[in-house]
Ligand binder design. Sequence first.
Ligand code: PLP
Length: 523
Amino acid sequence: MLNRQGRPTAAGEAGTQAHPTFTGNKALAQIEPLLFEIGRHDTTGVDIDEPEAFTPRLGGLERKEAIGLPGLSEPETMRHYVRLSQMNYGIDTGLFPLGSCTMKHNARLNERMARLPGFSDVHPLQPVSTVQGALELMSELGRYLMTLTNMKAVALSPKAGAHGELCGMMAIKAAIEAKGEGKTRNVVLVPDSAHGTNPATAALIGFVVKPVPARDDGSVHVEDVKKLLGPDVAAIMLTNPNTCGLFEPQVVEIAKAIHDVGAYFYCDGANFNAIVGKAKPGDLGVDAMHINLHKTFSTPHGGGGPGSGPVVLSERLAPFAPVPFVRAGKNGFELVEQASDTDEKPFGRMTAFHGQMGMYVRALSYMLSHGSDGMKQASEDAVLNANYIRAGLSDLMSLPFGNKPCMHEVLFDDAWLKDTGVTTLDIAKAMIDEGYHPMTMYFPLVVHGAMLIEPTESESKASLDLFIATLRDLAMAAKTGNDKERFTGAPHHAPRRRLDETRAARNPILKWTPPSPVAEAAE
Ligand SMILES: *Cc1c(COP(=O)(O)O)cnc(C)c1O
């Protein structure tokens, strides 16, 4: 069967579809080909005047032929992108239980604030006298972050959590070098349960990474840390609450042990959303911590950017904070751009300019609209919601560390699927058929077949009840084994079925090649 491009339809993709359609579309779920497949070389959506005669100055290097970009009319172009956008799943379409990622609602108020022309239309090279309001907002946001964490300094410019990790670890490196220990202190301790970005960050700037083994209860023990401590240790990178959804009970003892050998405590603050308003990392002995504004303070996730991952620093690291930063001066706010403009010892700079203004506005808007009592309640509700899910599922699904309270996310393992022939991956794919984005799976690595569920505070009780009921239905079906195909064949209803994600990542096809003509292929 041929679709509207005269090519075989993707009806095969539709799998169990009882009545394959001529177009390959499934009602409003339309198949979307590439622009190259639907565009034509002789078409364009815009009318541009023929350029007047001119003499190129490229010395013969100028292009002589068209480069083969596909042309489409404006409505065709618009439909292509709108259809693609409708294939997406987002927090605006449904519950997004991706653990550790904190997919919470982004209030529309924040969006309105970010679009105020005084914030959205500023240019990073504008004279500072014309952007005093924007600088004041950055200063205010920094003050709030330092207050919520009880830390001494903040670097706003990093563009994501992982970039913030790099910033914090570079501040630690600068502090170690300033003490003349740059050559000898080169080991960074990273627990087995850490996010992959932690060891990657430490390795990237030349540290040797040593793993701290996980204990059976999912936490890091001070005795295990002490065994690895010595004059060669630069820092520990610890996530708290950790990626098992548990608050590290020995965090204060670990901080003390680290400080006793002259090392620093880097805290991965991605899970700060569980403790905002309840506990301050500075009080726990943290020296540096990144804050994912897109997780804790509701700004949209950037998919690699534009995101924002400010880093807060303790008194010991504050002098090494990177430029640029905002300072209150005699004539209003100033931007400190050069190390020579300050008495401190900035280690350098992380970004060309000052970071993501739009994210700063959204985060401060979130903070101001919640107030300190509201932020505290958001943390409490996030934890309550995760525990509600735990309580609703713990009789059917297994909890690796026992049925005890968790923080903002609940971690199941796959012991409950033993001998069913159904895997964590199958459950995740079956959730897609039910209209849910899957939870985080196979992370953290310390748990077999991990399923990490983070509902966030955004979800109502009704929404949580439906989610729990759905997972209960899936769990019981998996256990009875009557309809294995529901799992091993899932997703049955998605536009694309099981993709070979590993092959796609290992062997990406980044160039489109025209298919051979249909007639030829038929010969
Ligand atoms: C999300 C996350 C990161 C990385 O943050 P990005 O903004 O995605 O770079 C690091 N650690 C943990 C535990 C996370 O959940």
